[in-house]
Ligand binder design. Sequence first.
Ligand code: SF4
Ligand code: SF4
Length: 509
Amino acid sequence: MIVALAFLLSITILFLDITFSLPEKFSDYPLYLQFIPSLLKYLSLGTLAAAGFLVVIVFTLLFGRVYCSTACPLGVLQDIISFISKKIKKRKYVYKKPLTKTRYSILIVTILVFLSGSVITFNLLDPYSNFGRILSNIFQPIVVGINNTIAFFLESFNLYWIYPVEFRGIEIFSLLFSIGVFGIVGWMSYKHGRLYCNTICPVGTFLGFISKFSLFKIGITESNCISCGVCERVCKANCIDTDNSSIDFERCIACFNCFTSCSTEAIEYQFRYLPQKKDGPIVNISKRDFVIKSAVYFVGASAVLKAQKKIEVYKENEIPVIREYAVSPPGSVSINNFTDNCTACHLCVAACPTHVLQPSFLEYGLLGIMQPRMDYIKGFCNYDCVICSQVCPSGAILPIKQESKKLIQLGIAKFEKDNCIVYTQKTDCGACAEHCPTKAVRMVLDPEVNKNAPKIDEEICVGCGACEYACPTIPYKAIYVKSNPSHLTAKLPVQEELEQPDLEEDFPF
Ligand code: SF4
Ligand code: SF4
């Protein structure tokens, strides 16, 4: 139970860390063992450093579905709901026949869809990703609201222990989906314990299948059993049949409730084959420095917002911005690589300090629903930030170094002259050029209006979206990032030599 709570709490804190103050390496271990993200990461990287799913399989081959009772956060969440239900309703479990056809059908469809090249079924059914979306879409906004209310309250007493954080908004589809999943899983666990894990969850079914071959198996020692039925009544997987003195080990999620409840010690692990011990590899993945990154963001984003406020826009423009493809995050290599590997757990969305990563709706097509995209209306991609590449557990966003990130071209800025207030209002602006970190956007005199207007050097543009975010035009932006379906490499911006003041001539003292 302690291990299960440790996993649950560490993953929860990871998703609800609204102030980005977690220490480095905090998330390595709980995420390393998440089955589907780890499998996808292994398939895309091919290194043992991404092979947490193999550790899970090894443990399952030894002891059965211990992943389901300890490392799976959605499983532990269900246990908490079942615990509450037992306290309120004094609910007792009984043996239920397995829904074998249903669960294997779901597993087979999941595998077939994956083999056909889509991760949509993983995306919709993976327990870790569903848990992540529940936290990120339902609970994170609540935590931000509570934090900001407390900060506001304390501020009126001149206390500044807590500071308000920016609300990243809500993507309605992801929110409704997460509420739906939370409702279904919550109802199932409230009424029937681990029914979700033994009917719908493809990871549970797969590990259940593997546990058929495990070396140790929980069983009833008939000589000790007095058929009191206590173990059956505490089994949240409904898999103990005391009438027949049998345990359906495929459905057993190794919660050990039966062990502790049996007064005659009739339940124990029994050897099936010759035992062997294996230790799972423990791997370090480099991690983020939240404090520095969030400080960088708060300074940068507030400067952009202030710049937008300075410029008064009173004329609406008319040319809609139509983006052929969504912009995928730095480190994702290409839209295809991203959509093939992302399980839409939304950890990157929760961890992104600028909130530029937002769940998509249909921007990647139906099969990429809820996978994160760069939303340059909500934020921009900080030039120095690589957090999403460090937290992504599935390999959809590969780890990248800060220096190499600065040359990844996610897309290219495009200028829509007829939307720009320099032309529509004949007003000075330049917010885009001011915030472009590479100076790919510069203001150049246009004799047509006798004002400086933006000019883009596409070769050094990295597609970070700072220009789009800063552009104050309404309702459409005059500058926007057109996605590169495969990320390209931008040229290094030429560093301008700063003019050296002639110290000897002008020194005032
Ligand atoms: S890209 Fe984001 S949402 Fe997708 S698996 Fe990685 S962290 Fe989760
Ligand atoms: S494109 Fe640049 S200059 Fe034109 S309105 Fe937007 S920020 Fe201002």
